[in-house]
Design a protein around this ligand. Structure first.
Ligand SMILES: O=C(COP(=O)(O)O)[C@H](O)[C@H](O)COP(=O)(O)O
Length: 335
């Protein structure tokens, strides 16, 4: 293929677009989709040489990596697959990539089930959990507790602006769990009725900080004030190895129109706008909308991080991180 741009198969581009648009969302689901996309790249690669195949695979991984910056499960998935690809011919590389991606996806599912069983041990019959956003790892704990015969109730924060709490409420109702849906600002009032705050994570830093959907840190602070334990369900692909060497986790900021529509902006803007035009987002009309998608909860507000390797106080999660990731991380998708 010479120096031509390595070919990324259209299905990988489609997956990347779906992740960026949050049609595919949630750290674990994103990681699963990324691994599946690399397998699709391998299946559809037109490469005629091993070098061209590898170039195409790296290009596909870069396309996926650039979709959303906060959930480390995405680069961890890409690293897992790319590091394990082996072979001397295109056919061997293709098969190796497909096998590696399938292995990652199996491990992901198994880790969630194992984590769920461990998290369920923290839940007692009759407990009320208060949730934020939609986390498949967090819900795995609820599902396992229900399978153990425990009855649970849930207070579900709607989680503005994208209202992922509705996904959580739907899943809990399918399981027959009574749900009280609340606006985010009502959390402190309803914590008095909760036995646990149960959330997921997009990334876990070496110091035990938890990066999760915006609003998690505020919830954890008031939970501590109300004496409600905060349990973070996060399989080990959520551990962020770059933080072992001082890097911080990028916090994604999303389009302001998730918060404020053009019509709403028009109704708020000052009536003294010179020509009555609706200012562009971030424009000079004096109205700025901020839309950070995640925040950082300091370890002192977290009671337990539940992984498939057991539960850890946040301050000791670094031991597991070093065991699993060592001290360095590379970017095997780099050109
Ligand atoms: O913050 C979110 C989702 O944010 P978004 O909707 O912006 O992707 C979830 O709590 C974590 O990703 C964990 O989810 P899971 O436990 O399913 O990995």
């Amino acid at each position: 293929m010479g120096d031509a741009e390595p070919e990324v198969v259209p299905a990988v581009e489609s997956t990347a677009d779906a992740i960026a648009a949050m049609e595919i969302r949630g750290a674990a689901t994103i990681a699963d989709a990324a691994a599946a996309a690399l397998a699709t790249q391998a299946e559809g690669s037109p490469a005629e040489t091993p070098a061209a195949f590898r170039r195409g695979l790296r290009a596909a991984a870069r396309t996926l990596y650039e979709t959303r910056p906060t959930a480390v499960s995405l680069p961890n998935a890409l690293r897992y697959v790319l590091r394990g690809v082996d072979g001397d011919t295109v056919a061997e590389l293709r098969a190796s990539t497909i096998d590696r991606a399938a292995s990652f996806r199996r491990d992901l599912e198994h880790a969630r089930e194992t984590l769920g069983g461990i998290g369920a041990n923290r839940l007692r019959d009759g407990d009320v959990v208060l949730t934020h956003c939609h986390s498949t790892d967090a819900l795995a704990c609820v599902e396992a507790a229900l399978e153990d015969g425990k009855s649970l109730e849930a207070i579900v924060k709607e989680t503005r602006p994208r209202k992922q709490g509705h996904i959580t409420a739907t899943q809990l109702r399918e399981w027959g769990v009574p749900v009280t849906l609340i606006v985010d600002g009502a959390a402190r009032r309803y914590l008095d009725a909760a036995d646990h705050v149960l959330v997921g994570a997009d990334s876990i830093a070496a110091d035990g900080s938890v990066i999760n959907k915006i609003g998690t840190s505020g919830l954890a602070v008031v939970a501590r004030e109300r004496g409600v334990p905060v349990m973070v369900a996060a399989q080990t692909i959520k551990l962020h190895p770059d933080t072992l060497t001082g890097h911080t986790v990028a916090i994604e900021t999303r389009d302001e129109r998730e918060v404020l529509s053009d019509e709403e902006r028009a109704s708020i803007r000052s009536s003294d706008a010179p020509d009555g035009s609706v200012g562009e987002p971030g424009s000079e009309d004096g109205l700025t909308v901020e839309n950070p998608a995640f925040d950082v909860t300091p370890p002192r507000y977290v009671d337990a991080i539940v992984t498939e390797r057991g539960q850890f106080p946040p301050e000791s999660i670094v031991t597991l991180m070093r065991e699993l990731f060592g001290d360095t991380t590379d970017e095997p998708w780099a050109e």
